[in-house]
Design a protein around this ligand. Structure first.
Ligand code: FAD
Length: 398
C-alpha cells in the first residue's frame, strides 16, 4: 500500500487526503492547530461561484473547472442539507465598469453558460428581498460550510489525522520522504505540502512567490426583513442568505496585512457594502449583533493556484535545460507535491487540484486539460525565471 503525508489541514490538505485515500493510499494528515480547518478554511461559510469575466483566461478556466468539480464532490457527500446549498447568486451591475463586464461575459458564454441577465424586479423575485439594480443571475452558485466539508472529507479508515503538531522539515531519504515533527519523524512514499502561506518554510518551495492577503468577513443575525432572502447577492462584496440564522457580509482584501484583530474600518466597509446591496436591510441591522473573523488567503504572482509536482531548484540551476528539452527530463522531485495558493476561491479550486495531484501520482488521465495542469504547476515561476516560459505551457507531453 502506498503511503502519503499531507501537511496542512485546511480544504487543500483535507481534499488531498480524500483524493489519495479513496485510491487506497494510507494518508497521515498533519495539522499544527488543535483541529482541522482553523485557517482560511475556518470561515463558517464560503461562497461557491466561478469567476466570470469578459474573455477566456487560465484563471477563469481553472475557476470554472473547479466550480464543476466541487459541485460533483458535494453531491457525493452525506448530510448534504447541512453542508451546502445551491441557492443561486445575483451579481448586481453596481457601476458602469461592472455593467460593461457583465455585458462582455454574456457575449462570451463559453465558460459559464448558466448566466442570465435580469432586471431589478426579476432579481428581487429571485432574492426574495427588494433590490434596486439590474444584474446577472447564476442559478448554479451556492454556499458551503468549509469546516464541515473538511470533516467529511477526512472521514476514512485510510486517513490518520495528527493535530496540534507542526511539520518542521521535509527531506528525501533514499526512496522515501521524511517529515520531521517536534517529537518524531515520519516516512512516506509521497508528501503533499498544503500549508498555504507557510509553504516557504520548506526549502523545496523557496522559489514559489506567495503573498498573504488579509480578509475580514462580518456576520449579523437575521431579522424579519432579511430572513426570507434565499440567494447570495454580490457587488464587489457578497451578502449570504441567513445560514443557521446568520448572514455573512464580506470581504476586505489587504495583501501583506498581518493584523490578526478585527478592524473597525473593515467592519464599516463591509456594512457600507450591505447598504449598497440593500439600504432596507442595512437600516434594519442590529449593530450589536455584528461579529467578524479575520483570516489570510494565499495569493500567487499570477493568481493561479499551485498544484502538482515540484522541480528541484538546485539541480535545475546547476544544469539548466534547453527550451526544446523534454519536460519529462526536468529534475522532478519524485513524490513531492504542492496544493496551495488558492486565493479567494479555495473551496472551488482546492478539491479539483487535489484530484489532479492524485491523477498525477497514480498515472491516470487528468481531471483537467494538460494545458491547465501545466499552468497550475508549482514550479512554473522557476521555469519562467530561467527563460523556459514556453515549456511551462506544456509540461505534460509525456
Ligand atoms: C475572509 C475570507 C473569505 C473567503 N471567502 C471565500 C469564499 O467565499 N469562497 C471560496 O471559495 N473561498 C473563500 N476564501 C478563500 C478560501 O478560504 C481559501 O482559498 C482556502 O481556505 C485555502 O485553503 P488552504 O487549505 O490552502 O489553506 P488554510 O485553510 O489556511 O489551511 C492551511 C493549514 O495549514 C496549517 N499549517 C501551516 N503550516 C503548517 C505546518 N508546518 N505543519 C502543519 N500544519 C501547518 C495551518 O494551520 C492551516 O490549518 C476566503 C478567504 C478568506 C480569508
Amino acid at each position: 500500500m502506498k503511503t502519503a503525508i499531507v501537511i496542512g489541514g485546511g480544504i487543500a490538505g483535507c481534499s488531498t487526503a480524500y483524493a489519495l485515500a479513496k485510491r487506497g493510499t494510507h494518508v497521515t494528515l498533519i495539522e499544527r492547530q488543535t483541529a482541522l480547518a482553523q485557517g482560511a478554511s475556518g470561515n463558517p461559510v464560503a461562497m461557491l461561484y466561478p469567476k466570470f469575466n469578459s474573455g477566456k483566461s487560465i484563471l477563469s478556466d481553472v475557476a470554472s473547472a473547479g466550480f464543476s468539480y466541487t459541485h460533483s464532490l458535494l453531491k457525493q457527500c452525506s448530510n448534504a442539507q447541512q453542508l451546502y446549498d445551491i441557492c443561486g447568486q445575483i451579481q448586481l451591475a453596481f457601476n458602469a465598469r461592472e455593467q460593461a463586464k457583465q455585458q462582455a461575459s454574456l457575449n462570451n458564454k463559453t465558460a459559464h453558460t448558466a448566466i442570465e441577465w435580469l432586471d431589478a424586479v426579476q432579481l428581487s423575485e429571485k432574492a426574495n428581498i427588494p433590490l434596486s439594480m439590474d444584474g446577472l443571475w447564476l442559478p448554479e452558485a451556492g454556499w458551503v460550510k468549509p469546516q464541515q466539508l473538511c470533516a467529511q472529507l477526512t472521514q476514512s479508515d485510510n486517513i490518520h489525522c495528527i493535530t496540534n503538531t507542526e511539520a518542521i522539515t521535509v527531506q528525501q531519504n533514499v526512496s522515501q520522504w521524511q517529515v520531521t515533527l517536534a517529537k518524531q519523524s515520519l516516512l512516506a512514499d509521497i508528501v503533499v505540502i498544503c500549508n498555504a502561506n507557510d509553504i516557504k518554510q520548506f526549502p523545496q518551495c523557496q522559489h514559489i512567490a506567495i503573498t498573504p492577503v488579509r480578509g475580514q468577513v462580518n456576520f449579523f443575525t437575521e431579522n424579519a426583513l432579511s430572513q426570507p432572502m434565499h440567494t447570495i447577492v454580490c457587488t464587489d462584496h457578497y451578502l449570504s442568505p441567513a445560514i443557521d440564522g446568520i448572514h455573512a457580509i464580506g470581504t476586505s482584501y489587504a495583501p501583506n496585512d498581518l493584523n490578526p484583530n478585527l478592524s473597525a474600518e473593515d467592519t464599516q466597509s463591509n456594512l457600507s457594502a450591505l447598504n449598497a446591496i440593500s439600504t432596507a436591510l442595512f437600516n434594519q441591522l442590529d449593530s450589536s449583533s455584528v461579529t467578524g473573523r479575520v483570516a489570510w488567503r494565499s495569493a500567487t504572482r499570477d493568481y493561479v493556484p499551485l498544484a502538482g509536482q515540484l522541480i528541484d531548484e538546485q539541480a535545475l540551476r546547476k544544469k539548466p535545460p534547453r527550451y526544446n528539452d523534454n519536460p519529462a527530463d526536468l529534475p522532478w522531485l519524485t513524490g513531492l507535491y504542492v496544493n496551495a495558493g488558492h486565493g479567494s476561491k479555495g473551496m472551488i479550486t482546492a478539491p479539483m487540484c487535489a484530484e489532479l495531484i492524485a491523477n498525477q501520482i497514480n498515472q491516470e488521465p487528468f481531471v483537467i486539460t494538460h494545458r491547465l495542469a501545466s499552468a497550475l504547476n508549482p514550479s512554473r515561476f522557476l521555469l519562467r525565471d530561467i527563460g523556459l516560459k514556453r515549456m511551462t505551457q506544456n509540461l505534460f507531453t509525456f
